[in-house]
Design a protein around this ligand. Structure first.
Ligand code: BDP
Length: 686
């Protein structure tokens, strides 16, 4: 169905002229060095795409045709690829590169796809088909592509029982009833979607590793995991597993998981050997340790470098990586004690360890210091560890941004984070994108990871328009210089076809959606205010008096968290100058982050000229109205978008519009009653 095909619709090209041009070229595909050199995934894709969009059936051949002079597609590999498991250069960005060129001479006409690896060939084919779908003319092809980032990773938070941690799109496509599914057809379709936007790594189980998944790295578990690895391998995607730091105890029969214990170290080495016997190109481990009750090195008085390096030693002979998460904070804290500010935790834990990690360890850092809120500052760890490999972690799943029931296109948020200037480098520059691409400090490995948003829903992502976040994630981390709008437009056209009005409206809706969501939820960067545990819907004090470190400190006089050096938690001091001074200063702090950094009276006047309390009222009234506006715009597209997709999204927009009113009323009522300040415009607040 159209819902299922997502952005790979391959609808028949409308223009007969273009169809004929490409049909002419794609009817013959010459593969230098032999057709067997072209990965089956590329052959399948090209055949399927050419058939559906052009009605052509490509013939694959080894030789340039000499007898006739018709056009053709020429594919060649320029590589020194090492196909053994321990290929240490596999993550280099140039290995994924390709070019597409149109060549017209007196003698011949051809389209040339040159790739540096088999994966590059697959990327090149996807790019070509995307271009055809978007209406590129053959003669326009003159591109050279390579990704900005080495690791372009997806983290599944799927559990073996078939549930998904923070999953809002149905059940897992990987597991059912404690086992990996027998039929991996849907996993294959997923691998295809991911490869089409350049993803090259995936961890397939939740970072919170339960009993069954702990056993994935054992002799019993590995043959099954290897089946999944095979599916992803076909698309150039390396498989990773989240591991349980206490596995030596849980499945190894040891009585400790101490990373400095010889027996434990040996156990991990053997485990690694076993893994690589089953999966020679295994990517490595993702590790959540000493975080939210997960086991880790702290139990043994060791630090996180000890823990990560032990695993790194075990994987090193095979070229494996350890992706070690920095989401480490005290989730049992005493809320009265502001010096244990959760925002400080990652930096406080990891900054002192800079330079102590082995070079096949990468620290995976969430984009903000808290937890995927609608608005947070950038984590101050970016730039602060110039001698440590870093990966940024985004969350596509929309846990705190409407859970794929509300529209919230996150690419503009990610883009803003990647563009943020940390001022970490000599001379005072250092954008986050330069740090995670490894270019600023010359890191050996680096990249981007994100929590997936898919499940077994017909449309993959709960909300049909939430597919744009998965697509946009891949496209943005391949090339962080693309604009969020370009990506939105591209997605809209690939997904809904070339009806100009549909594409314009969908693009407009996507681009408006994050600001709209922000305007009717937690204001001015303060975050949270959601129903505990579920994180959907408003509950202003839901987390206010609990132990998670997530507070707004609203009282009758004011609101916000004082994170200044002068009078607060000192968090602002974790940034480089001049960011530190900007956040520290009440005058300079940007409005959208004011309450993240400062506690202010309700009457405090923002740069916008409005008081904080009036800002809260105004944005909640206008936000709920704008959410209703989204519903209306979508309704206007009825008949222009196929009925199944229109209906699926219309239901979501109806829910969002209603729910936004609920948010508006809860938030406005709360602050009206706390502050006693009436709305300047006299609107009804209960
Ligand atoms: C939070 C989620 C929780 C995850 C945790 C993590 O609420 O379910 O386990 O992050 O990232 O956002 O480990």
């Amino acid at each position: 169905s159209a819902l299922y095909k997502a952005w790979l619709q391959y609808t028949e090209l409308k223009s007969p002229e273009l169809r004929n041009l490409y049909k002419g070229i794609l009817k013959r595909v010459v593969v230098e060095g032999g057709v067997s050199g072209l990965p089956p995934a590329a052959v399948r894709e090209l055949s399927a795409g050419a058939k559906a969009m052009l009605g052509a059936t490509p013939e694959f051949m080894d030789q340039i045709p000499t007898d006739d002079e018709g056009p053709y597609l020429w594919i060649r590999l320029h590589s020194d690829e090492d196909s053994s498991g321990a290929d240490r250069r596999r993550w280099e960005t140039k290995r994924a590169s390709y070019s597409l060129k149109y060549v017209l001479s007196a003698k011949e006409e051809r389209l040339e796809l040159t790739a540096a690896s088999k994966t590059g060939m697959i990327y090149g084919i996807f790019h070509l088909l995307r271009g055809i779908a978007l209406g590129f003319k053959p003669a326009q092809w003159a591109i050279e592509e390579h990704p900005a980032n080495q690791l372009r990773m997806i983290n599944q938070w799927d559990n073996a029982d078939g549930s998904i941690e923070r999953g809002y799109s149905g059940r897992s496509i990987f597991y059912t009833d404690g086992e990996i599914v027998k039929d991996l057809g849907r996993v294959r379709d997923y691998a295809r979607l991911l490869a089409s936007v350049g993803i090259n790594a995936i961890s397939i189980n939740n970072v919170n590793v339960h009993e069954v998944e702990t056993g994935f790295i054992t002799e019993e578990g590995l043959p099954e995991v290897a089946r999944v690895a095979e599916v992803f391998r076909d698309y150039g995607i390396a498989l990773f597993l989240s591991i349980n730091f206490a596995a030596p105890i849980a499945v190894g029969g040891l009585d400790t998981a101490d990373p400095l214990d010889e027996g434990v170290r040996e156990w991990w080495k053997e485990a690694a050997g076993q893994i690589y016997r089953h999966i020679p190109d295994f990517g490595g481990f993702v590790v959540k340790a000493d975080s939210e009750h997960r086991p880790g090195p702290f139990a043994y008085g060791r630090d996180h470098a000890d823990g990560a390096n032990m695993l790194a030693d075990a994987l090193e002979p095979y070229g494996g990586l350890v992706v070690w998460r920095c989401f480490v904070y005290n989730c049992m804290q005493d809320w009265r004690d502001r010096t244990t500010d959760r925002a400080r935790a990652a930096y406080d834990h990891f900054k002192p360890l800079d330079g102590k990690f082995k070079d096949n360890v990468l620290l995976q850092i969430k984009n903000g210091p808290m937890d995927f809120q609608v608005r947070e500052p950038v984590s101050p760890l970016f730039g602060a560890m110039s001698a440590t490999n870093q990966v940024i972690e985004f969350q596509i799943a929309q846990e705190y941004t409407g859970q794929q029931r509300h529209l919230c296109y996150l690419v503009p948020q990610w883009k803003q984070v990647l563009d943020f200037d940390t001022h970490a480098a000599e001379g005072g520059k250092g954008q986050v994108k330069q740090i995670v691409s490894g270019s600023l400090f010359g890191m050996k490995y680096s990249g981007v990871a994100a929590v997936s948003n898919i499940g077994d829903d017909e449309c993959w992502t709960g909300h049909p328009l939430a597919q744009a976040n998965l697509y946009g994630y891949g496209r943005l981390i391949w090339n962080p210089d693309l604009s969020a709008e370009e990506i939105a437009r591209e997605w809209a056209q690939l997904t809904f076809g070339s009806d100009r009005d549909v594409v314009d409206k969908v693009t407009e809706m996507l681009m408006a959606s994050w600001p709209i969501y922000e305007s009717y939820t937690a204001p001015l960067g303060v975050g949270w205010m959601v129903v505990p545990h579920y994180h959907y819907g408003p509950d202003v004090d839901g987390y206010e008096y609990s132990r998670w470190g997530t507070y707004h400190f609203a009282d009758r006089d004011g609101i916000g968290v004082d994170r200044t050096l002068a009078t607060g938690t000192g968090y602002a001091g974790q940034y480089f100058s001049p960011n530190r001074e900007m956040y520290e200063s009440l005058e300079e702090c940007p409005d959208e982050l004011l309450l993240f950094f400062h506690h202010v009276p309700y009457g405090h006047v923002l740069h916008s000229g409005r008081t904080v309390i009036q800002h809260i009222y105004d944005t909640h009234f206008s936000g709920a109205e704008a959410a209703d506006g989204l519903r209306e715009i979508w309704a206007s597209l009825e008949g222009r978008v196929d009925a199944a997709r229109h209906k699926a999204a219309a239901d979501r927009f109806a829910e969002q519009a209603e729910h936004a009113k609920h948010w508006r009323d809860v938030i406005n009522t709360y602050f009206y009653r706390k502050s006693g300040v009436p709305d300047e415009h006299g609107r009804t607040i209960y």
